[in-house]
Design a protein around this ligand. Structure first.
Ligand code: SF4
Length: 298
């Protein structure tokens, strides 16, 4: 019986390699949304509460000045914060809300010299912080060309937030910023989808809200990953590629970022970077500062 000719296995032509994704838009520096302690009446040290924990050695109620706060609004243990259990102070960032309340809302009136302002100023500060955080994210979103179709909505929301930041103290203390926060959150979700699709074609990892505490992810390609709200506490992220990963609200406390690349990561904040571990081999967006407590490479 003659051999039945086998159907020839034609190799499919190799598809052309996808064009390299365009570089993500540089994140704007936003200096007005960064803490300017020189122009603030130490509101984070007086207005906000904290609880005894790994970040603070004592509990302090809202509206009570910290015992380490000097009368000139400087911290009495500034150079020893991390060594003496006040790590939380080195992580916090007010997004510029402190100077806005101190110099604009209250026109430079110091709560120590003008005690009548104290209660209202301390109540207005947390609201302003939420608003400034929204401005931080919205400004970044507006710098993304891939999300151009959302720019009108982003601008409108930004305008509403900015308008509220200019309100007087009484309006601020009774304002509910949560509808604006919800609106912003939804817009940022859409921006994230568009930007990550544009810059990281193909499958993108979805770890939204995932429990990745202590996860061993060293060297993982996390470009374009959705890490929004993920718990990355003490995760090993050494050498990870996190460009265009969405890090909005992810908990990076003690995450090891040595050798990791976070340039172009979406919605990253100074507080998240401050809370993580890194060194000079960690690549962070130029809009953020390298924490002074990060170690040089071993
Ligand atoms: S320890 Fe220093 S930085 Fe921390 S809350 Fe007290 S005064 Fe402020």
């Amino acid at each position: 019986m003659p051999d039945t000719p086998r159907p020839s296995k034609r190799r499919r032509p190799t598809p052309p390699a996808p064009a390299p994704a365009p570089a993500p838009a540089p994140i704007p520096p936003r200096p007005h949304l960064r803490a300017d302690c020189q122009n603030c009446f130490a509101l984070c040290c007086a207005a906000l509460p904290f609880t005894a924990s790994a970040d603070f050695p004592v509990t302090k109620p809202a509206g009570t000045p910290c015992k380490n706060l000097r009368t000139d609004h400087r911290c009495g243990i500034h150079d020893r914060l991390r060594d003496t259990g006040w790590r939380g102070c080195t992580v916090f960032d007010c997004f510029g809300a402190g100077q806005q309340i101190s110099q604009i809302t209250f026109g430079g009136r110091d709560w120590r010299e003008d005690p009548d302002t104290r209660r209202e100023m301390f109540d207005a500060f947390p609201v302003m912080r939420i608003l400034h955080e929204l401005l931080w994210y919205l400004t970044e979103a507006l710098a993304q060309p891939a999300a151009r179709r959302l720019h009108p909505d982003l601008r409108a929301t930004l305008g509403q937030v900015e308008e509220l930041t200019r309100a007087d103290a009484a309006t601020l203390t009774t304002a509910d910023p949560h509808p604006l926060r919800a609106r912003t959150g939804e817009l940022l979700r859409q921006v994230s989808e568009l930007v990550r699709a544009a810059h990281t074609p193909g499958r993108r990892k979805n770890h939204r809200g995932a429990d990745l505490m202590g996860a061993r992810l060293a060297g993982t390609d996390l470009r374009g990953a959705d890490l929004r709200g993920a718990y990355l506490i003490a995760a090993d992220l050494q050498g990870c590629d996190l460009r265009t990963a969405d890090l909005l609200g992810s908990d990076l406390r003690d995450a090891d970022l040595r050798g990791a690349d976070l340039t172009g990561a979406l919605f990253l904040t100074q507080a998240q970077v401050n809370a993580a571990r890194g060194d000079t081999t960690t690549h962070i967006p130029p809009a953020l500062d390298r924490p002074s407590h990060w170690q040089p490479p071993a």
